[in-house]
Design a protein around this ligand. Structure first.
Ligand code: ADP
Length: 597
């Protein structure tokens, strides 16, 4: 680029210099030639004019011998050929040739002109000397009569030689001048093109994305201003691009952190943008690619089609079944146009949990109503029977009142369990920061259950550490965990079975295990027993005074305390619940154990 511009400029300059030199040379040469011609012609005119008085008496007196001597002498002195002729053209004397060898010159143009006008000049080929010559002839008159003509001449070869010498000198001078001019021209061309080449290199770098490229021009003229503007352009461009990059990064971070999935699709079903959640919800690979429409849920295709057809927003709730799990998506579509890009932007929100919670709440209300209705119906029945007269019947009145009492107890239990659940699930429920000794709570709970254990002749294996085991939790909550698990173990274990309670420390956790040799839980019910009101055998549970809320209270409290609860069971063999809770104290190694029965 630089070379091209430099050489183009230089070639133009060289052409100009050569043309000018050639024009000046030609003009000068012509001028010199004319000057030489004029000078020699004038000299010949002066010589011939000077010879007129000398030749007059010789011609008038026909003294041709003397004439010959004169022309020979003058010819030698002036290095000119001198000729004397009579008016009829007869040559009487010539400084270069014998007159008798010369033909009549009466027709020669210079002679004709001299006889007519007094002087004649001619350039022509000389037959006598066989050269091109310049002739000047002057008429010689005596007493008003023409007595002859005196003619002087030189060969044109002399003039040519002089002008050739002059041409050579001009050419030498011009050559030197041209060489000098070419040197200066190259220097100037380099100086002119160097900053342009520099700016061209910088603009190339800017175009290729190197925004640090700058020109280094130390000048204040227009080129300097241009370079400075280019530098400013680079600075502005890099500032703007880094601003743009920052904005893009922010936007990507915002969209990446969004709970909503965002997927933009162009008219050819290509994904032009997607955030992480969008890809997760639609099971897409990252990057720009074509959507496999056969894999898209029907509802989504409808939203897409509606937005494309109407050019307005569209909305749909999409239910998908993926590996036995239900996924509910709230899908909203809106058209977008950006420059020459257009398409549909889909905003997807996973509302599976929301829908599930709604269902759970509805189920819960239905369950609570049902659970409350059963004892209330019984109570109403007994009370009405009593009022109808049974109160006076000694055989039934006490039995009916006892049954009513039992139902009221059941109701109280149910309401107290519901209140417990509500309290645990409320956002204001906070576990105590003060450590609670779980070993002590277990000891108390076991002590309270001495009678029921005795009644069913159950053997109790109590395996507790020899020192307190502190849990960061609420003592009431911990008590409910132990009571519920222990009550279930007693309730669902037939007479003469055994119940095992074990507490130990493992790493940073306290592990509570409550096992029994009871009826066990069927496999398909294992992951449902923690649900509210779920019972394997509804009638049996009721009979045993269960509310169906005990295990869901346990799970809720454990989760609140950042712990886990697991169950292992075998039908007819027994069940073991394992509760893991983070300990409040430093880990200790428990080796000793106590066993009570
Ligand atoms: P319930 O008040 O009916 O005991 P829970 O929530 O405590 O309610 O327990 C839910 C169901 O889990 C019980 O109805 C019972 O079918 C089953 N279950 C709980 N603990 C045991 C156990 N130790 N052995 C056998 N089944 C159990």
């Amino acid at each position: 680029m630089r070379l091209r511009f430099l050489w183009r400029l230089y070639i133009t300059y060289v052409s100009l210099v050569l043309l000018t030199a050639a024009a000046i040379g030609v003009l000068t040469e012509r001028q010199f030639r004319e000057e030489i011609n004029t000078r020699i012609e004038h000299q010949l005119v002066r010589e011939s004019a000077a010879l007129v008085p000398a030749s007059r008496p010789l011609l008038a007196n026909a003294d041709f011998a003397a004439a010959r001597e004169v022309v020979t002498e003058v010819g030698e002195l002036t290095e000119t050929r001198v000729t004397l002729l009579l008016p009829d053209g007869l040559v009487v004397a010539d400084s270069s040739e014998r007159p008798e060898n010369m033909e009549n010159h009466g027709e020669r143009p210079e002679i004709v002109a001299a006889l007519q006008h007094g002087r004649g000049v001619a350039r022509r080929f000389s037959e006598t000397t066989q050269t091109d010559r310049l002739y000047v002839a002057s008429r010689v008159s005596a007493n008003g009569t023409v007595v002859g003509v005196v003619r002087t001449s030189v060969t044109l070869a002399d003039i040519d030689a002089q002008s050739a010498a002059m041409r050579k000198r001009v050419a030498q001078g011009a050559g030197l001048g041209i060489l000098f001019a070419l040197g200066i021209g190259l220097f100037v061309a380099r100086r002119v093109t160097a900053p342009i080449a520099q700016m061209s290199a910088v603009s190339d770098s800017l175009r290729q994305g190197d925004y640090t490229a700058r020109t280094q021009l130390d000048r204040t003229d227009e080129i300097g201003v241009l370079g400075e503007n280019l530098n400013q352009l680079g600075t502005d461009l890099s500032k703007r691009l880094s601003g743009l990059g920052r904005q893009q990064a922010q936007l990507r971070a915002f969209l990446g952190a969004m709970q909503e999935g965002v997927v933009a699709i162009d008219p050819r079903d290509r994904v032009v943008f997607s955030n992480a959640m969008g890809r997760r919800l639609l099971h897409l690979d990252p990057g720009e690619h074509e959507l496999d429409m056969t894999q898209m849920p029907g509802g989504l295709l409808e939203v897409l089609a509606e937005v494309r057809a109407m050019g307005t927003r569209a909305h749909s709730e999409i239910v998908q079944r993926i590996d036995d799990e239900e996924l509910v998506l709230d899908a909203r579509g809106a058209p977008f146009t950006a420059d020459d890009d257009s398409g549909v932007v889909l905003v997807l929100y996973d509302i599976t949990n929301m829908r599930r919670l709604e269902r759970v709440r509805t189920d819960f209300v239905a369950n609570v109503s049902h659970e409350l209705k059963t004892p209330l119906t019984s109570i109403q029945g007994y009370v009405e029977t009593l009022l109808d007269g049974a109160i006076h019947d000694d055989e039934y009145n006490t039995r009916f009142l006892e049954k009513t009492h039992a139902q009221v107890r059941r109701l109280t239990l149910l309401v107290s369990d519901l209140l417990s659940l509500a309290r645990i699930e409320s956002t204001s429920f906070r576990t105590e920061s003060a450590p609670v000794d779980l070993r002590e709570i277990i000891t108390e709970s076991v002590t309270y259950r001495h009678d029921p254990l005795q009644a069913k002749q159950l053997k109790l294996d109590l395996n507790l550490p020899d020192r307190p085991l502190l849990i960061d939790g609420e003592s009431e909550g911990l008590r409910q965990i132990v009571d519920n698990l222990l009550d279930n173990a007693i309730s669902y274990t037939p007479n003469a079975g055994s119940v095992r309670v074990e507490l130990r420390s493992e790493g940073y956790d306290g592990i509570l295990r409550v096992g029994d040799t009871g009826i066990g839980i069927p496999d398909d019910a294992l992951n449902r027993i923690f649900e509210r009101f779920y019972r394997v055998d509804r009638g049996r549970s009721r009979e045993l005074g269960g509310t169906g809320l005990g295990l869901s209270i346990v799970r809720n409290i454990v989760h609140r305390m950042q712990g886990t609860v697991a169950v292992q069971s075998e039908l007819g063999i027994g069940t073991t619940f394992t509760v893991t809770l983070p300990r409040a104290d430093e880990p200790i190694v428990i080796s000793e154990s106590e066993t009570h029965s």
